[in-house]
Design a protein around this ligand. Structure first.
Ligand SMILES: NC(=O)C1=CN([C@@H]2O[C@H](COP(=O)(O)OP(=O)(O)OC[C@H]3O[C@@H](n4cnc5c(N)ncnc54)[C@H](OP(=O)(O)O)[C@@H]3O)[C@@H](O)[C@H]2O)C=CC1
Ligand SMILES: Cc1cn([C@H]2C[C@H](O)[C@@H](COP(=O)(O)OP(=O)(O)O[C@H]3O[C@@H](C)C(=O)[C@@H](O)[C@H]3O)O2)c(=O)[nH]c1=O
Length: 293
C-alpha cells in the first residue's frame, strides 16, 4: 500500500492518476487528515494501513506563482522545509522508503560543468547563497534536511508541463502571459516525471537525488515557435527586452533559469523522452480548458 500526500494539488493529481492507471493500491492523506499528528501517531497509522511506500507531493508553491511565497512565508517554510523533515522521521520510524517531490529551481545560471547542474552540485539559488526567491530557498532547505536520509528519493521536478491546459502548466502560462521572458531551461513533462518516480517505487532503483527533467533544454522562443507551427497558439508573442525589464513589470522575486543534467536518472533506468519531442507530443494532443469542461 502506498500513501500519497498532496493528492489534491497540481502535481499530486498526476500521481493519483498514474497510480490508479497502473492498478497500484494507494491511500491519500491531506493536511486535514494529518493535522495534529505526531511522528508516532502518523507512523502508527501507516503501519496500521500496511503502507510500504510514502509519496510526498505536498508542498507550498504560491498562487498564481512563486511571487506569492514572498508574502506567505510561514506556509512556505512549513510545506517545503518542515514537512519533509517530519516525513523523513515518520518513514524512518515505520522503516519504509519514501519519495519527496523537490524542485530544480534551487539552481540558477551557468552550471560548473558545461553539461548542466548535476545532483552533486550544491544549490546556488538558496538562502545559503543569499540570492534566491523565498520559494527556492525553502526547497533547498528541504533538500538539506533530507541530505542524510538513506530511505528517501528526492525527485527534482522543474517547470512542469503536459498536454492538459491548466493555469499551472508551463505551456498554458506561455499562451496566457502578456509578455514573455526569453530564457533557456530544463523542463519536466509531468506524465514522464510521474512514470519515472513510480519506477522508483516499484523497481530496484537506488534511493537518492534525481534530476527528473526531460533530457535537453529549450528556450522560450523555441517553445513558442512549436506552438505556432502546430497551430495551438496564434498571433504575436511579445517578449521582455531582458530579465531586468521582466523584474520591473512582471515579477516580485527572481526566477531560476537553468539547465539540469539528467544523466544520473538515465543511468538508473529512469529515462524520459527528449524535451522538444515531449513538448511537441503535448501540443499535438493539446486538451484546452474549454474542451475539458
Ligand atoms: N507546480 C510546479 O511548478 C512545481 C512544483 N514542485 C513541487 O511539487 C509539490 C507540489 O506542488 P503543486 O502540486 O504545484 O502545489 P499545489 O499547491 O497545487 O498542491 C500542493 C498540495 O500540498 C498540500 N499542502 C500545501 N501546503 C502545505 C503545507 N504547508 N503543509 C502540508 N501540505 C501542504 C495541499 O494538499 P492538502 O491540502 O490536500 O494537504 C496542496 O493541495 C511542491 O513541493 C512543489 O514545490 C516542484 C517543481 C515545480
Ligand atoms: C510572470 C511571468 C513569468 N514568465 C516566465 C518566467 C518563467 O520562465 C515561466 C514560469 O514563471 P511563473 O512565474 O509562471 O512560474 P513560477 O512560479 O516561477 O514557476 C515555478 O514554480 C515553482 C513551484 C517551481 O518549482 C518551478 O519549477 C517553476 O515551475 O514563465 C513570463 O514569461 N512572463 C510573465 O509575465
Amino acid at each position: 500500500m502506498i500513501a500519497l500526500l498532496g493528492s489534491t494539488g497540481y502535481v499530486g493529481k498526476y500521481f493519483a492518476k498514474h497510480l490508479a492507471d497502473q492498478n497500484i493500491d494507494f491511500l491519500t492523506l491531506s493536511r486535514s487528515d494529518t493535522a495534529g499528528y505526531s511522528v508516532d501517531s502518523l507512523a502508527a497509522k501507516l503501519r496500521k494501513e500496511r503502507v510500504d511506500f510514502l509519496i510526498c507531493a505536498a508542498g507550498f508553491t504560491g498562487k498564481p506563482n512563486v511571487d506569492a511565497c514572498e508574502i506567505q512565508k510561514s506556509e512556505c517554510i512549513d510545506g517545503n522545509a518542515v514537512l519533509p523533515g517530519f516525513l523523513s522521521r515518520v518513514a524512518a520510524d515505520v522503516g519504509i522508503r519514501w519519495g519527496h517531490v523537490s524542485s530544480g529551481c534551487i539552481y540558477n545560471g551557468e552550471s560548473p560543468s558545461k553539461d548542466g547542474f548535476k545532483e552533486t552540485d550544491a544549490p546556488n539559488f538558496s538562502f545559503r547563497t543569499n540570492n534566491c526567491s523565498f520559494y527556492s530557498g525553502t526547497k533547498a532547505l528541504g533538500e538539506e534536511v533530507l541530505a542524510d536520509d538513506r530511505n528517501c528519493f528526492v525527485w527534482r521536478l522543474r517547470i512542469p508541463f503536459s498536454n492538459v491546459d491548466s493555469p499551472r502548466n508551463y505551456l498554458s502560462k506561455l499562451m496566457r502571459y502578456d509578455r514573455l521572458l526569453e530564457a533557456r531551461n530544463s523542463l519536466s513533462n509531468l506524465d514522464d516525471y510521474v512514470r519515472a518516480c513510480l519506477k522508483c517505487v516499484t523497481g530496484s532503483v537506488p534511493t537518492g537525488v534525481y534530476n527528473l527533467t526531460n533530457p535537453g533544454s529549450v528556450t522560450t522562443r523555441q517553445v513558442v515557435e512549436k506552438m505556432l507551427e502546430l497551430g495551438v497558439a496564434k498571433g504575436d508573442f511579445s517578449f521582455f527586452d531582458d530579465e531586468a525589464a521582466f523584474m520591473i513589470s512582471a515579477a516580485k522575486t527572481p526566477r531560476s533559469n537553468c539547465v539540469l543534467n539528467s544523466q544520473k536518472a538515465v543511468d538508473a533506468g529512469l529515462e524520459m523522452p527528449d524535451v522538444l519531442d515531449s513538448i511537441e507530443r503535448s501540443l499535438q494532443n493539446w486538451q484546452s480548458e474549454c474542451e475539458k469542461k
